[in-house]
Design a protein around this ligand. Structure first.
Ligand SMILES: *[C@@H]1O[C@H](CO)[C@@H](O)[C@H](O)[C@H]1NC(C)=O
Ligand SMILES: *[C@@H]1O[C@H](CO)[C@@H](O)[C@H](O)[C@H]1NC(C)=O
Ligand SMILES: *[C@@H]1O[C@H](CO)[C@@H](O)[C@H](O)[C@H]1NC(C)=O
Length: 487
């Protein structure tokens, strides 16, 4: 109710100058001085004003001290110059406008020839209105004049480069929306002396600000809202008007410069799983990728905001990307090591065979065709024995053929038979040694093949987990960003 009252009062003071003028015409002679101009010219008006009001500039322009001066305030947001995250500052450029009544003076526009006159600011009393959040000096140009209207109303307008403190929340950077407050109040005067009224509705302020704003910088104005702090105000409180300015960061530059390259690098890292794990190329490729990413982060560090309170989610995103790359490099190193040292490893333990070769192998669609190696051993040995049993026939064949072909040599029968037998025995021993060696080799390569398969299966399994983890964390981060970016 009180808010509505103040707004109506604010509207009244702006939209009804004619009515106020008529009232003042009647009231002025009793409350202030109705000027007598000798002729309708500016010098005549000035000389009339000089004797009437200029030597009263030290005091608040009311006839009775019990009457409060209503100062109506509004502003236009002309530019959002930036945000300093480290110092927690919002820098804006405002056009401020103040209206108030000077009850000491009024004149008849017909008699004095002017509806209004611009006069130096220091000739009048001006309210000591400040923006509470101001953190720096006003670097905007100084305006030395104010307008005095014939009904005694004074219009004051001045630009201000406002460096205001603002509690910036950069958790969702670069998709963040900041809500900063500008509180207008008199620095000294109490409510019974100066009352603040809203000179223009905040919707109108937002609309005008959006239409005049020229700086198309990083920040976009969403809306300006107004919040009446003075519903339960005491006479001795200081009246104030609080405006909340909501600005949104344009995120395109950050998406293009920071987020997309990170995603590209992660994608390349993902595809590097296609490189064969047994070659060293893959780990050196990933190492290069990590190096490149680190350099990228160093270069882009300037774009990231730094504050004392809290870490932006995007830093978590970058750390996550780096951690994923490092994890995939570690995984590659382990797999490469496993594949290279597989010939020297002892046979695959039974639980690894069941868990990895059969269970995980089934999950990642890399079924192990060798099955369990005990079964594989049997055909191997049987093949060897078969070979061994077959072997004598081809060996005896040439002897028989030899005997059959060489008719003359049959005379040396027993002697040649003995040497042949001995040679055959030697041959048999050699073959047996050969067989043992081959058996050993085959067994070794069997276990080494199993280790290689274990390596491949683990590689593919971790690749799947990697994709899963990337997808979940990226989707989570995107959802958080999207929620924060809604208006
Ligand atoms: C203005 O002039 C009228 C007569 O023209 C005179 O009665 C009145 O006192 C004058 N007022 C002032 C403030 O000089
Ligand atoms: C203001 O100055 C004029 C002359 O310049 C004088 O006539 C008038 O009495 C002064 N008023 C006050 C309140 O001092
Ligand atoms: C902005 O912050 C103020 C408090 O600082 C709060 O009252 C106001 O509702 C906020 N505005 C929006 C749009 O969230």
């Amino acid at each position: 109710m009180a808010l509505k009252g103040i707004e109506e009062k604010g509207l009244l003071s702006v939209t009804m100058p004619v009515g106020a003028f008529i009232i003042l015409l009647y009231v002025a002679p009793c409350s202030g001085t109705l000027l007598n101009c000798s002729e309708p010219t500016q010098p005549a008006l000035l000389s009339a004003l000089e004797s009437a009001v200029f030597n009263l500039s030290a005091i608040r322009p009311v006839m009775s001290m019990g009457v409060a001066t209503n100062v109506s305030v509004f502003f236009t947001l002309y530019g959002i110059l930036g945000v300093d995250e480290k110092a927690q500052l919002l820098i804006t450029y405002l056009w401020l406008t103040f209206h108030w009544d000077n009850q000491f003076v009024s004149w008849d526009p017909n008699e004095c020839g002017a509806e209004k006159i611009a006069l130096p600011r220091k000739k009048f009393w001006v309210p000591d209105i400040v923006i509470n959040e101001f953190m720096d000096e006003n670097k905007a140009p100084f305006v030395p004049y104010v307008y005095l209207f014939s009904n005694g109303q004074i219009h004051d307008a001045l630009p201000a480069k406002v460096v205001s403190s603002c509690n910036l929340d950069i958790y969702t950077f670069p998709f963040d929306i900041q809500n900063c407050t500008l509180t207008f109040n008199s620095y000294l005067h109490r409510l019974k002396d100066i009352r603040m009224v809203l000179g223009r509705t905040v919707e109108e302020t937002t609309r005008v600000s959006k239409s005049v704003m020229t700086t198309m910088g990083e920040w976009e104005l969403l809306d300006i809202t107004y919040h009446d702090l003075g519903t339960h105000k005491d006479e001795d409180d200081i009246d104030e008007l609080a405006f909340h300015i909501r600005v949104r960061r344009r995120a395109t530059m950050y998406v293009v410069n920071l987020i997309l390259p990170s995603c590209f690098l992660i994608t390349v890292d993902l595809f590097s799983f296609l490189l064969p794990p047994q070659s060293v190329d893959r780990s050196s490729f990933k190492m290069t990728l990590i190096l490149g990413y680190t350099v990228f982060l160093l270069i882009m560090n300037d774009l990231l905001p730094i504050t004392g309170n809290g870490i932006p989610l995007i830093n978590v995103f970058f750390s996550l990307c780096l951690a994923l790359m490092v994890a995939s490099l570690l995984e590659t190193i382990l797999i490469t090591d496993l594949l290279h040292s597989s010939p020297r490893l002892s046979p695959v333990p039974r639980w690894v065979r069941i868990l990895v070769l059969q269970f995980f192998g089934y999950i990642v669609c890399l079924p192990w065709k060798g099955k369990v190696s005990n079964q594989a051993d049997i055909p191997l040995t049987s093949a060897a024995t078969e070979k061994h049993s077959v072997q004598p026939t081809p060996v005896s064949n040439p002897v028989v053929q030899d005997g059959a072909a060489g008719g003359k040599e049959e005379l040396k029968g027993p002697l040649s038979e003995d040497t042949a037998l001995q040679e055959l025995r030697g041959l048999g021993r050699d073959l047996q040694a050969l067989r043992l060696h081959v058996d050993q080799q085959l067994g070794e390569s069997q276990s080494s093949q199993e280790w290689v398969q274990v390596g491949f299966i683990i590689d593919r399994l971790l690749f799947g987990l990697y994709i899963l983890f990337i997808s979940i964390s990226f989707v989570t981060i995107i959802i958080i960003w999207q929620n924060s970016y809604k208006m």
